[in-house]
Design a protein around this ligand. Structure first.
Ligand SMILES: Cc1cc2nc3c(=O)[nH]c(=O)nc-3n(C[C@H](O)[C@H](O)[C@H](O)COP(=O)(O)OP(=O)(O)OC[C@H]3O[C@@H](n4cnc5c(N)ncnc54)[C@H](O)[C@@H]3O)c2cc1C
Length: 404
């Protein structure tokens, strides 16, 4: 009989959702391990624009429902964590910008003002002072400062993984992932893994899938029938040059109900050169375009919207990437984090980076509802993580943004 390791929870996937959950569960006393098949953050999380939304984006979609009100609390909740006084310690996470801005272009001034003052929008949105606005936007209509802010996703993933070295393992490139199977007895599963030093059985009280796009394949592997994933493709664009001003801006489209026509965030590459990362409608409508065509469209859009930004001699790149979400009627974008539970497996989607804390709340609530309290796993557990070190080939690397 192969040796056996027991724990409370096994998380699959080391993106923002899995790592946030690892922090919450460990702090609550649950014995938890996290298995990652690639690099930490290497799915959607490292490629997110890093905006911690306060809900305005939902209001723009006309979908400011009860569930999506949860997002209005996110900036304050994240800020506490970054200040080191929140539910988890993110004091090592860097802020790229303490604010996010919204520019309604030159045609929507009056309507925009009324909308932002309406009850649909959570508080904290103000007209930005001129000195906060990039020079090339001054005098070109009103720019609003939102309660949203921007985190550097690379430092976020590092901060989330900090202090969990004995709990995070790579399924690695040596084929360990391929040897992993779920053996099922009634409603309970056991993981069988074939490592370099022989086989190991891992018994957990709950398995939580936070694998983003990988949730669908994992669900099939675990013999689940209900969870279904939808993928919403995006074609993001990055531009870099030795000098670019820092910009964190939604540019609205023709009407208030539209996705921002363009969303710009600013980052740094490994040579410390500035990078603009372009999303919004440009990325959603660009999925059928070739890279060259998408770059042409982005170039024309920037020339039209920001003619005075001095954007010449740029280095352009495209990234094709999917947003992974639970299946929703008509492929609609879900407005809150959600779980799907089948027997001892929880399949989890944050839907947004900003909603990782809500997802962790939902998992903790589900565990308590199912009577899974911390620390009741039988047999060798985290104290015996030597057993795991003999099976899994070390810790996963950290992912890097694609422009590096
Ligand atoms: C271009 C883009 C921009 C975005 N911008 C924002 C934004 O500004 N603000 C915001 O709030 N949200 C944003 N989002 C959404 C946000 O990035 C995601 O909702 C969030 O990062 C999802 O986190 P996750 O941990 O669930 O998934 P992921 O980050 O995708 O992580 C899943 C992890 O699971 C691993 N994995 C996969 N299969 C397996 C397996 N079988 N076993 C073990 N591990 C596995 C993967 O390698 C990966 O590391 C953006 C998304 C995209 C694509």
């Amino acid at each position: 009989m192969p040796p056996s390791y027991s724990t409370d929870i096994v998380i699959f996937g080391g993106g923002a959702a899995g790592l946030w959950l690892l922090n919450r569960l460990s702090a609550a006393g649950y014995r938890t391990i996290l298995l990652e098949r690639g690099a930490l953050g290497g799915g959607q999380s490292i490629h997110a624009q890093g905006i911690i939304h306060g809900g305005l984006k939902y209001a723009l979609h006309g979908a400011f429902s009860g569930a999506s009100r949860a997002i209005a609390e996110m900036p304050a909740r994240w800020r506490e964590c970054i200040a080191g006084s929140g539910e988890i310690d993110l004091s090592a996470c860097k802020l790229s910008s303490p604010h996010f801005y919204l520019w309604s272009g030159e045609g929507l001034g009056g309507g925009m003002k009324a909308f932002l003052g309406s009850k649909a929008v959570a508080g904290g949105t103000e007209v930005a002072a001129e000195m906060e606005i990039p020079v090339f936007l001054r005098g070109r209509g009103v720019v609003y400062r939102l309660p949203d802010f921007v985190v550097d996703t690379h430092s976020l993933i590092r901060a989330l993984a900090q202090g969990h070295a004995g709990r995070i393992f790579t399924l690695g490139s040596d084929g360990t992932e391929n040897t992993l199977t779920f053996e099922r007895t009634g409603g309970h599963r056991e993981l069988q893994v074939q490592g370099a030093e022989g086989p190991l059985r891992i018994k957990a009280r709950r398995y939580v899938f936070c694998a983003g796009e990988g949730n669908q394949a994992l669900s099939a592997k675990a013999g689940l029938t209900t969870p279904r994933c939808q993928l919403r493709p995006l074609k993001m664009v990055s531009i870099s040059r030795a000098a670019l001003p820092e910009v964190f801006l939604h540019v609205l489209g023709a009407g208030l109900g539209a996705t921002p026509r363009l969303t710009i965030t600013s980052h740094r590459d490994t040579n410390n050169n500035p990078v603009w990362y372009l999303g919004g409608d440009l990325a959603e409508t660009g999925v059928e375009r070739t890279d060259a065509r998408q770059i042409d469209v982005a170039r024309a859009m920037l020339a039209e919207l920001l003619p005075d930004a001095g954007l010449d001699e740029l280095e352009w790149r495209c990234l094709d990437i999917n947003r992974a979400e639970p299946e929703s009627p008509g492929g609609r974008r879900p407005d809150n984090a959600s779980l799907c539970t089948e027997q001892d497996v929880i399949v989890a989607w944050p839907v947004k980076l900003a909603l990782a804390p809500v997802l962790a709340d939902q998992v903790m609530h589900k565990l308590r509802e199912d009577g899974i309290e911390p620390g009741n796993a039988d047999g060798p557990g985290n104290a015996d993580s030597g057993l795991l070190a003999g099976i899994f080939p070390g810790s996963p690397a950290f992912a890097r943004p694609f422009w590096n």
